[in-house]
Design a protein around this ligand. Structure first.
Ligand code: ZN
Length: 193
């Protein structure tokens, strides 16, 4: 019992420091919960996507989906402990968790045999992840170094994934993404790095 109390003391002090630094801790908790929700659901949807990529023409896409899949699971695991350190928690009900995720579901497209439609799903999921972790970085820069470091590392990995997507798009003759999507991809790669 006294151990529990001992443990809770530094936690509260740390939160007070964050508030003093100008962090809206409740808002931060909300953003992180949405962010880890998106990572977890994306991991789930990428698992489906990856299964359908087996045997697809242009096998390279399978590796990209697999890397992104494992990466998102790691992102979920990297940030969730911080959510609890900040006094937040995951919803007890996974349905609620999925509903509050900060990004749209990365559904398997109807025409999943088409590499372009899979790339579109990946690209949109990446864009959303960058946006939501970017928000966490903006909110914590210079104020909450621990959260910032984790969010920053996640962002960097999303950027690397986008580089992989971009070079895949440039190399694979089967890829004929609409120009606007490719422009978007270029813009994002140049902006964040
Ligand atoms: Zn991720």
């Amino acid at each position: 019992m006294s151990n529990d109390q001992d443990r809770s003391v530094p936690k509260i002090v740390a939160l007070e420091v964050l508030e003093k630094n100008g962090v809206n801790v409740q808002r931060l908790i909300e953003l992180i919960r949405k962010g880890v929700g998106a990572e977890f659901t994306t991991y789930y949807y990428y698992t489906i996507l990856r299964m359908h990529c087996t045997g697809l023409e242009g096998e390279g896409i399978k590796e990209i989906v697999e890397d992104a899949r494992i990466e998102d699971r790691n992102h979920f695991e990297a940030m969730t402990p911080r959510l609890y350190e900040l006094g937040g928690s995951l919803p007890r009900d996974i349905r609620e968790f999925a509903d509050q995720a900060g990004c749209p579901d990365a559904y398997l497209p109807d025409n999943w045999q088409d590499i372009n439609s899979i790339l579109k799903v990946l690209l949109e999921a990446e864009q959303c992840a960058i946006r939501s972790w970017g928000e966490v970085c903006d909110m914590t820069a210079g104020k909450d170094p621990r959260t910032y470091d984790i969010a920053q590392k996640i962002m960097q990995e999303e950027v690397d994934t986008r580089h992989g997507l971009l070079s895949f798009c440039q190399k694979d003759p089967l890829v004929t993404l609409e120009e606007s999507l490719l422009d978007n991809l270029h813009m994002l790669v140049n902006k964040v790095v």
